[in-house]
Design a protein around this ligand. Structure first.
Ligand SMILES: Cc1cc2nc3c(=O)[nH]c(=O)nc-3n(C[C@H](O)[C@H](O)[C@H](O)COP(=O)(O)OP(=O)(O)OC[C@H]3O[C@@H](n4cnc5c(N)ncnc54)[C@H](O)[C@@H]3O)c2cc1C
Length: 400
């Protein structure tokens, strides 16, 4: 791509779209281009609406969340390991700042919605990550701060092991309050000159129709007369609805339900792969929000797309978190009368898990005279992938 100003449209204002817009606008090779971000759901900041929501077009608002890489030590995951490393380092830098900066750590937490937090992570069954029970299966053991193995048979002070865990580790993760962090990114994109349009792109007529409608929306909003030359698809789950049948069959559903509770838990914790049914249990403080989420995922491969709040799932979430005892300061009361925390709301979302992982690549052909770059399918780790994934898009755009 030559260095003269080009118009680049991004579909989506979730973590992938916003981080991609930010990366394009802050990279010297692409910062002169005109960037227009189009989405039907733009982060609004302010307080969170914790009423039960049965559908949201934006997965990013529902995330837990914390940094946790799902990449393995296999060669197939090299690029994801790079992305996740870049994100951990970039977030650390946002929190630590440069020498001589006047902003305090607390001010940085309030501004970004990010914070360093201790994380205890446990497995209920063997996997590539538990190999040797000594951390060798966890490629990121040297990337994160303060990584150590938890002795699950005779835990040392501070380690709180859930019943049935076969392996556990402790490290310093970076937690995020999704609403705050998305809004922070949006403000940064605006400061750098990014153009934001709130609109629905008609996705009924496959990719060609999507690009055509994006062009129409740009014209209608008088968002620049420059010819649109690049279209970046950061539509998340929705991408499967306009990329043809072969692509849509690559997705499985994972039902994720959580309870939002009052108070910020002291630490982040995650227990995955229960031996019997693969359900997970977790607690995630949301920095600067005076709330935490405790959940809840159920994997029903391709069978369950129901986003209504399930009462039995709520009971299970409460019982498990109290039985574990990892978050007594916020855990809500269960059927046995354990726990005193206050639930504020309940949310359910479906993660559309893409087989083969994220697709961050150029479309093989031009569509409606426009080069298309895809960036979707980030599954469980869209935030963890975000900085590196966005930099990959910049690299692709520079080579168009
Ligand atoms: C409960 C839960 C917990 C999670 N926890 C974590 C975690 O701790 N750490 C982590 O790294 N990841 C976590 N994830 C995963 C992470 O949230 C996702 O990978 C990520 O949000 C995907 O972001 P995205 O921007 O690609 O897609 P989305 O957030 O879905 O964004 C898609 C965007 O496209 C727009 N859009 C789509 N179609 C159209 C259209 N036709 N017209 C206009 N706009 C359109 C939407 O409005 C939206 O702005 C979690 C997910 C869930 C559900």
């Amino acid at each position: 791509m030559s260095s003269e100003t080009k118009h680049i449209a991004i579909l989506g204002a979730g973590i992938t779209g916003l981080q991609t817009a930010y990366a394009l606008l802050s990279c010297p090779d692409t910062s002169d281009h005109k960037i227009t971000l189009i989405a039907n759901n733009i982060p609004e900041g302010g307080t969170w609406n914790y009423k039960p929501l049965h559908y949201s077009p934006n997965t990013s608002e529902f995330a837990g969340g914390h940094w946790r890489s799902y990449a393995t030590t296999s060669d197939n995951d090299i690029k994801i390991r790079e992305w996740d490393t870049k994100t951990y380092n970039a977030w650390s830098k946002l929190l630590i700042g440069n020498e001589g900066d006047s902003e305090t750590y607390e001010e940085r937490v309030a501004k970004t919605g990010l914070a360093f937090k201790e994380m205890q992570l446990f497995w209920g069954r063997e996997s590539a990550e538990t190999e040797g029970h000594d951390g060798r299966g966890i490629w990121w053991n040297g990337i994160v701060r303060d990584f150590s193995i938890i002795d699950v048979k005779s835990p040392k002070e501070g380690a709180i092991v859930p019943p049935g865990a076969i392996f556990g580790v402790k490290f310093e993760t970076i937690c995020f309050h999704p609403k705050r962090y998305l809004f922070y990114l949006l403000e940064e994109v605006k400061k750098l000159g990014g153009n934001i349009i709130k609109a629905s792109v008609d996705a009924k007529n496959e990719l060609g129709g999507v690009v055509r409608d994006a062009k129409r929306i740009i014209l209608d909003n008088q968002a620049g007369s420059e010819e649109l030359l690049v279209f970046i698809n950061c539509a998340g789950n929705e991408a499967k609805n306009f990329l043809g049948e072969k692509e849509s069959t690559k997705f499985n559903s994972i039902i994720s339900q959580f309870i939002v509770v009052k108070g910020e838990a002291e630490r982040c914790a995650f227990y995955q792969d229960f031996a019997r049914n693969w359900e997970t249990s977790y607690v995630n403080p949301r920095p600067g929000s005076s709330t935490s989420v405790i959940g809840g995922c159920k994997i029903d491969k391709n069978t369950n797309w129901d986003q209504s709040v399930a009462g039995n799932m709520n009971r299970t979430i409460k019982r498990r978190i109290n039985m574990w005892g990892i978050a007594n300061e916020v855990a809500p009361e269960d059927d046995e009368g354990n726990g005193k925390g206050k639930p504020i709301g309940f949310q359910v979302s479906v993660i559309h898990e893409r087989q083969g992982g994220p697709r961050v690549a150029k479309e093989s052909r031009q569509v409606e005279g426009v080069s298309v770059v895809h960036a979707y399918g980030h599954n469980w780790a869209g935030y963890t992938n975000s900085v590196g994934s966005a930099e990959k898009v910049v690299e692709i755009v520079c080579n168009l």
